[in-house]
Each structure stands twice: as C-alpha cells, then as structure tokens.
Write a protein that binds this ligand. Structure first.
Ligand code: B16
Ligand code: MG
Length: 213
C-alpha cells in the first residue's frame, strides 16, 4: 500500500531539536527574554526567522528587520558550532535499522527538512547516501505547516502523496503531512504530535510502521 517514507530531520533522525533549543536559549538569555522548553515546542519545524518572531512575543522591545536578521544569524552561529560535533553515534534509536528494512522491501526514503543546515547534519551523520531524495530548503517557498515540502518530496520520489508516510516530531510538521494527504507518524513529545495517525516514542518502535506496509 505505502511505497515511500518521508522523514523530517531535526528530532526524527537525530536530536538536533535539542541543539536548536540550546542555541535559541543562549540568544534569549543574552537579550533578557523569557524562553523555555514549552515555548520551544512551537519552534519545532518552523523557519529560523519565524522562530525568532515567536521568541520576541515575550519582549516589550520593538526590533527592526535588520536587528531580527542579526539575531537570527547569531543563533545560527551558535547552532553551527554545536552541530560540528555530530557523529554517526548521534543517530536516534532505530533509525538505521528502519531505513535498511525499507530498502529491503523496495520502499523509497526521502528527507524533508526546512533547515538550511540539513546537509551538514546529514553529512556528519554519514547517512546522506541512504536517501533517494533530500528536499533542499532553498527549493521551498512555504515552510511547514504548508504541505509544499512533503509534496515536493513525493513528486521527486515519483510516488502519489496518498501512498506516502511522513514522520515528524513537530506540530507544524504533522499538519503539513496531513494537508499533503499522507499518513502521519509522530515521534517525540506525544502532546506536540497528537494530531498524528500513529504516535511512537522513537523509531525503535518502527516495526509498527512496517506493519502498515
Ligand atoms: P535552520 P526540520 C527545522 O528543521 C527545525 O525543526 C526548526 O526548529 C528550525 O528552526 C528550522 O529547521 C530551520 O533551521 O535555522 O537550521 O535553517 O525539523 O524541518 O528538520
Ligand atoms: Mg523536526
């Protein structure tokens, strides 16, 4: 029934969602703006500048466009420093085994990440070659929750959306998958991914996805 699986990167393949949080937290602390892990859930799957806008909701100060770009860039510098240390050991549980199982069954696999750092992360994880297609953030006009990124991946895999499964750790991402007309699997915080068709702790439970194929 399903012929393709489209993975989000941050928070699904590896725990870069943690690094995104730590980098934003460092910036927010410097600016004296309150920021915590609850607010951070809203940042998952959302673009860099949109993430900053959410953080600035807690500030009374008005920031100009130049200042916003400056601070978004600053966060990215912190983030880039953190992801330098990523190695194949940072793959989340079950990821490699699941991808191998998909290959055996002739199921195609793609990555749909809105992160401009996705290629660096995938290279450090030494996993880039295992995917049939990787959506480059630069090809996308609309970020998640818009379905564009998932539809783009399905198109390049040559598989109709209704025959694809999307895997996400963000609320915006689950909405994007559903809007694309795909089956949605949520991992990580169950409250964040509550709209998913299937909720897993992580991909060590991926046998539950294999049962659907
Ligand atoms: P960057 P994903 C998303 O990646 C992250 O979830 C989100 O927190 C981040 O702000 C966004 O990428 C942009 O990342 O600043 O590196 O371009 O979950 O779609 O893999
Ligand atoms: Mg994510």
């Amino acid at each position: 029934r399903y012929r393709g699986v489209i993975f989000d990167l941050d928070g699904v393949i590896t725990d870069t969602a943690r690094y995104h949080y730590l980098a934003w937290k460092k910036l927010a602390d410097e600016l004296g703006i309150y920021f915590d892990e609850v607010i951070n859930e809203r940042l998952k799957g959302v673009s860099r500048l949109e993430s900053l806008e959410i953080i600035l909701e807690k500030s009374d100060k008005k920031y100009s466009q130049e200042e916003k770009e400056y601070y978004a860039n600053k966060k990215n510098e912190y983030y880039k420093e953190m992801i330098k240390r990523i190695t194949p050991q940072d793959l989340l549980p079950g990821v490699e085994r699941f991808i191998e199982e998909l290959k055996k069954r002739g199921i195609k696999a793609a990555i749909a990440s809105v992160s401009k750092n996705a290629f660096t992360v995938l290279e450090n994880l030494k996993i880039k070659d295992k995917f049939d297609y990787i959506v480059d953030a630069n090809e996308i006009k609309h970020g998640k929750p818009d379905p564009e990124i998932f539809l783009n991946a399905a198109k390049h895999l040559g598989i109709p959306p209704e025959r694809c499964i999307g895997i996400e750790d963000s609320a915006a991402g689950i909405t994007a998958i559903k809007r694309a007309g795909m089956y949605a699997v949520g991992v990580g915080n169950p409250e964040t991914v509550k709209e998913a068709d299937l909720i897993l702790k992580d991909l060590s439970e991926a046998y539950k996805i294999l049962e659907l194929l």
